[in-house]
Design a protein around this ligand. Structure first.
Ligand code: ACO
Length: 403
């Protein structure tokens, strides 16, 4: 009989770290987070400076290339992105296979994976030019794909991209133009959309980015690796939190019911958690949440929707939770999803679309991290080990002899 425990002893030392709370899976030069101080840097630049002074496409260039572009580099990059915004016409037929009421994230996972069928040459992940092109295509096509998913789900005709508009303006127009009326661009809403994209662009080795790295480590097609990231992002503990948060605010419904939900969040026998609060890494105010909070106020003022029941609940919940002993002791601050849900709801996006918008914005982070990993000559396939806790070796018994 083989002694499994003895085998482990022979194999050497394994680290068991469920949830990877203290295990680095890679080295990276893209994003730095200090969760205790509430600091987030992309390639060294603080997130609040990027959100205030830069634009999403410039941040995309920065994440992909490691430096801010000069004017010529930016022009060339932006032009290349706009050259790739269209989807293959056969993708339209692909949409018809989905039920109209499919969750938008289900459609996004399928569609991003399907892109690999249209660009087979990108499979050569060893070729940096193929990978660069795949990155450009993904960043360019995501808004078109996301807007089409939205239009399909509400039964409206697709709106094609317009290249003279900015990335955020073009996306809002593709979502909200209707045949009778072209979307009227609002600088405040476009800026808010752009900020949302910047704030969600990358966040080092979170679950979906680690998924993209692991999937891509086998040499898988980059579109397929990104589709794996989209699938991972869907969960309510990750990107699905902004959707879950809005649903929770609706369920609370009115300010007088907040204490009941705060009590439930503290009750350890109740699985309920206050959605939009807490973060694995930030044990201080998430710097992105600060920018989102300010942006939420700008959007609400622009749209004149400050007094909706959801917003009243959100603002009161924030106040109560920030002063509550349980939340202070456990360092549970409102996270970026708490405010982004409020903004997207006010802009008119249905809650099921929230995670799709997160995925759109995070695509640049996923491809930057994938490229960084594949550019490393020491890169190997990711292959975690485990601590086996099952049965020791035993003999098979035919079914006729089992009691
Ligand atoms: N409401 C109530 N209690 C909470 C919450 C919450 N939102 N978050 C954590 N806690 C409590 C836990 O019950 C636990 O208490 P205990 O020490 O008494 O057992 C303690 O705080 C630590 O929680 P963990 O689950 O160990 O923290 P972890 O780092 O694993 O989880 C997470 C982080 C998943 C984000 C968690 O805070 C959560 O579920 N939040 C709500 C969902 C959410 O908003 N997710 C968005 C994350 S941000 C993003 O993806 C962009």
């Amino acid at each position: 009989v083989i002694d499994v425990a003895a085998l482990y002893k022979q194999a050497g030392v394994f680290t068991l770290d469920p949830g990877f709370t203290s295990t680095a899976s890679c080295e990276s030069q893209i994003t730095f987070i200090d969760g205790d101080e509430g600091i987030l840097l992309h390639r060294g630049y603080p997130i609040d400076q990027l959100a205030d002074q830069s634009g999403y496409l410039e941040v995309c260039y920065l994440l992909l290339n490691g430096k801010l572009p000069n004017q010529t580099e930016f022009k060339t990059f932006a032009r290349e992105i706009t050259q790739h915004t269209m989807l293959h016409t056969q993708m339209d037929r692909f949409f018809d296979g989905f039920r109209r009421d499919s969750h938008p994230m289900a459609m996004l996972t399928g569609n991003v994976g399907a892109l690999s069928a249209f660009y087979p040459s990108s499979m050569d992940s060893a070729d940096p030019e193929e990978r660069r092109l795949a990155s450009i295509r993904l960043i360019a096509k995501m808004p078109t794909l996301a807007a089409r998913i939205y239009k399909y789900s509400i039964g409206q005709p697709f709106v094609n991209p317009r290249n003279e508009l900015s990335y955020a303006e073009n996306f809002l127009r593709m979502c909200f133009s209707v045949p009778a009326e072209d979307y009227k661009i609002s600088p405040t809403l476009s800026k808010a959309m752009d900020r949302f994209f910047i704030l969600h662009a990358d966040h080092e080795q979170n679950a979906s980015t680690s998924t993209v790295r692991l999937a891509g480590s086998s040499g898988a097609h980059p579109y397929a690796a990104v589709a794996a990231g989209v699938a991972c992002l869907w969960g309510p503990s990750h990107g699905g939190a902004n959707e879950a948060c809005l649903n929770m605010l609706r369920e609370i419904g009115s300010v007088d019911r907040i204490p009941e939900f705060i009590a439930r969040a503290k009750d350890k026998s109740d699985p309920f958690r206050l959605m939009g609060f807490g973060h694995r890494v930030y044990k201080n105010y998430d710097p992105r949440a600060k920018v989102m909070q300010q942006t939420a106020h700008e959007v609400l003022d622009e749209l004149g929707v400050r007094d909706t029941p959801i917003l009243k609940v959100a603002m009161e919940l924030e106040k109560i939770a920030l002063n509550d002993e349980y939340f202070i002791e456990k360092k549970l601050y409102p996270n970026v999803d708490f405010y982004s849900g409020i903004i997207l709801d006010a802009m008119g996006f249905p809650t099921e679309m929230f995670t799709v918008l997160f995925a759109l914005a995070r695509t640049v982070g996923w491809v930057s991290q994938l490229n960084e990993m594949l550019d490393d000559p020491t890169q190997r396939i990711g292959r975690p080990r485990q601590i086996y806790t099952g049965e020791a070796m035993r003999d098979f018994v035919p079914v006729s002899q089992r009691s």
